[in-house]
Design a protein around this ligand. Structure first.
Ligand SMILES: [Zn+2]
Length: 92
């Protein structure tokens, strides 16, 4: 939901209140977290919205190269090309 932010502090507060909420649930109670979710994510900052280590060689645990960014991108492009070819062939 898009809310127009104006200079009235009361309006800003109500805009914050209708922000999308975190979807995480507590193991102990089963209740929803209900903190505001990070923009573009389903969960709040405490529940892993920016999860994972930064990308890069410094953080890699490389063993065989199957999951390097380059390998993943190559597979993605190959899949897209195959999908395109299948769609083209399906027309005949
Ligand atoms: Zn949360």
């Amino acid at each position: 939901m898009k809310v127009e932010i104006v200079d009235n502090p009361i309006d800003r507060l109500s805009a914050a209140r209708i922000a999308p909420r975190c979807t995480a649930r507590a193991k102990s109670t089963g209740m929803r977290c209900e903190a505001p979710a990070v923009r573009g994510r389903a969960v709040c900052r405490c529940h892993g919205a920016h999860g994972g280590a930064p990308k890069g060689a410094g953080n890699g645990a490389f063993r065989h190269g199957l999951y390097t960014g380059e390998a993943i991108e190559t597979r993605r492009q190959t899949r897209a090309l195959l999908q395109e070819a299948r769609e083209l062939l399906a027309q005949f």
